[in-house]
Ligand binder design. Structure first.
Ligand code: ADP
Length: 475
């Protein structure tokens, strides 16, 4: 079975969020199941400047409106998986993947139409059986392959986050070179705009979401971002498959970013060292008797930043540390910096992207705060398990599927908020503080959650099963 996996970010080459983690790990897990898989992704500046590549001598002429742009493929093999990078410096040789640090690039429609056309050309010229697309940046490939080329392979489209759909004004339609007949409500048109993801949803053979719960939630208005009606139309082809964690990247036994490696036998003592190191990194001293709460997330409302900010002043009166890492909305970044000035000895804030520090937080924190408003899957709660760090979550999407409240002594592995509110977040963090005062119970839960297994193997087997059923025309 020949599969082409297309994604706009792939770890360790480029990353803004969980999509990169999935795109780095799932193809690898599938190749271990003997799927002949290739990955295709843009050649961004951050990749071109850091990695050397082979030149397989493949170039496509891509029509974009009335001009022609060159897509040159570069290649490297990463852990036995061939990765093809689409080079076009006009579009991709920039500092950010999607934004200039403040705003989305103005030509994002054109950049990802170009990328989707390059994927289309590569898929056709290489006889793939399955093209697996991810999110809006690649979704138009499905429209090109199915509607323009009447390609007879199968297409899987994974929705990692319905909050991002690739919506652009109708004047960009000419960049697709599709005729206006495609601009209709059953394909690309969405309230007078073009919606890339909608085109993909209508034309792909199967849609997957990154957790079973999210597959149900997106059918409702609350989580559907205006596409719930469309998704109900195609409900029969939606499948929820939980993401896994790449334990080669995220394991306290082998983690090279943390000061002391550990497993579930040594977690209690080693975590103290890791906690000291973490607090030092934030200039918070070395007093490990108070509980430390970690947050790593994009600073956007999806991740619960409105209630995090509202609860901080109240919580920081307690004897605790909170360390945060992320970037996003200026409003949240500024409020955090303001609070940090006021609570210098308790609140640590790092604005930006820092993979090493993310590892230190997972290892050194006692609890991980993740009160998402919606969460397609969420990786950090599962990473936290592995590091014996107890997650505090709002039970939506993948958080609902993976976190059981510790009140359930048998299966409990985290703290579940009862509803999405500032008060409930405060209550949940105070529950954690009470648990911290009970070292025996704390240690029992830590050891237990470290043994949970969310590796990619079982998820990859579910994707493989889906591919097989598609090729056998079972849907
Ligand atoms: P999303 O994809 O919605 O951002 P996920 O929980 O699925 O959220 O994945 C987020 C991934 O990105 C995790 O691996 C997390 O550790 C990482 N991450 C997020 N923000 C940062 C940051 N500022 N620095 C380092 N890693 C980050």
């Amino acid at each position: 079975m020949k599969v082409l996996f297309a994604s706009s970010e792939v770890f360790p080459f480029s990353k803004t969020g969980g999509l990169a983690d999935v795109s780095g790990a799932l193809p690898l897990a599938l190749s271990k199941l003997n799927v002949e898989i290739s990955v295709i992704t843009p050649l961004y500046k951050c990749v071109k400047d850091r990695f050397s590549m082979e030149d397989p001598n493949i170039t496509f002429d891509i029509p974009i409106s009335s001009k022609t742009e060159k897509a040159t493929l570069k290649k490297l093999t990463y852990k036995n998986v061939p990765i093809f990078f689409v080079e076009n410096d006009n579009y991709f040789y920039r500092d950010g993947l999607y934004t200039d640090g403040n705003r989305d690039y103005q030509d994002n429609a054109e950049r990802f139409i170009f990328f989707s056309k390059a994927i289309t050309e590569f898929a056709i010229s290489n006889n793939f059986d399955i093209v697996h697309l991810n999110d809006w940046q690649t979704a138009l490939t499905s429209v090109f392959l199915k509607k323009v080329y009447e390609w007879n392979g199968k297409i899987v489209l994974t929705i990692h986050n319905l909050g991002y759909q690739g919506i652009f004004w109708a004047y960009d339609m000419h960049l697709t070179n599709l005729s206006w007949e495609y601009f209709n409500p059953n394909l690309l048109e969405f309230w007078g705009n073009i919606n890339f993801l909608k085109g993909g949803i209508y034309t792909a053979d199967a849609i997957t979401t990154v957790s079973p719960r999210y597959a149900e939630e997106i059918l409702n208005e609350e989580f559907g971002f205006g596409l719930d009606g469309v998704l109900r139309d195609v409900k029969h082809k939606i499948h929820g498959i939980l993401n896994g964690i790449d334990y080669e990247e995220w394991s306290p036994e082998t983690d090279k970013f943390i000061i002391k490696n550990f497993d579930y036998n040594t977690v209690t003592e080693a975590k103290k060292e890791c906690k000291k190191d973490l607090l030092n990194s934030y200039g918070l001293g070395e007093d490990i008797k108070k509980p430390a709460f970690g947050i790593i997330s994009r600073m956007v409302i999806q991740k619960g930043w409105d209630i995090i900010i509202q609860s901080l002043e109240n919580l920081l009166e307690d004897d605790i540390y909170i360390v945060a890492l992320g970037s996003g909305e200026k409003e949240y970044e500024e409020k955090l910096k303001e609070l940090q000035e006021k609570y210098k000895n308790k609140l640590g804030v790092k604005i930006g992207y820092d993979n090493g520090l993310a590892h230190k937080i997972e290892a050194g924190a006692d609890f991980f705060i993740m009160p998402s408003k919606y969460e397609p899957c969420g990786l950090n709660q599962m990473i936290s398990f592995k590091y014996g760090t107890i997650p505090i979550i709002n039970p939506v999407g993948g958080l609902y599927d993976t976190v059981v409240d510790i009140d359930d002594r048998k299966n409990g592995n985290g703290i579940r908020m009862k509803n999405y509110s500032t008060d409930e977040l405060i209550n949940s963090i105070r529950r954690a503080q009470r648990l911290f005062k009970n070292p025996l119970e704390l240690s029992r839960i830590r050891k237990k959650i470290m043994k949970l297994d969310y590796s990619w193997t079982s998820s990859a087997m579910k994707y493989l099963e889906l591919y097989r059923r598609l090729l056998e025309n079972e849907f």
